[in-house]
Design a protein around this ligand. Sequence first.
Ligand code: SF4
Ligand code: FES
Length: 187
Amino acid sequence: MTDHMAPPNPEDQNPTTAQTTQPAQIVQPPQVDQATQIAQWGRAYTSPDITVYYNIKRCIHFAACIRGLPEVFDTNQKPWIQPDKADANKVAEVVRRCPTGALHYILTDGPAEQPELTTIDVRQNGPNFLRGDLTIAAPSDAEPAGTVKETRAALCRCGGSKNKPFCDGTHRTIGFQASGGQKINTY
Ligand code: SF4
Ligand code: FES
């Protein structure tokens, strides 16, 4: 039987010194449940039955919320989200229409949002809309940062976002042009 020789370490000043080979350490990111993440992601708008969280950095003014429930999402009122003005389940359903993940919710006595089948919707002159059981690796200066568990996200395709990998609407201001499906109607 021959001894197994470990590959030489280029930093080893004395190759004759006996070495203890340590197994490689795989560092896993801390596991944070989605409800905890959501609560850190944006400003909270609370009613007894539901709390809606809004992250302005991920809002590209797609207006699905305003079109879906104008009595709850109204930029002419203060605060602009008033979740007690509609049934909590209806508010949750409209929040799920937000394609960017700028909006999330936690129902007081209801289930968490479940991921849909994974889809990628490439928007003309705009970002990629992703849905599904997503895990996004975001840099430490992004918002949100780190290992992000998501159900919906708009990812930058123009390269100009200041919150990469998330789209922040910069594609509009720089006149980004690229083929894709539907255009984004904004308010
Ligand atoms: S991105 Fe989401 S929160 Fe912003 S306007 Fe569109 S639907 Fe509403
Ligand atoms: S695609 Fe929206 S900022 Fe790049």
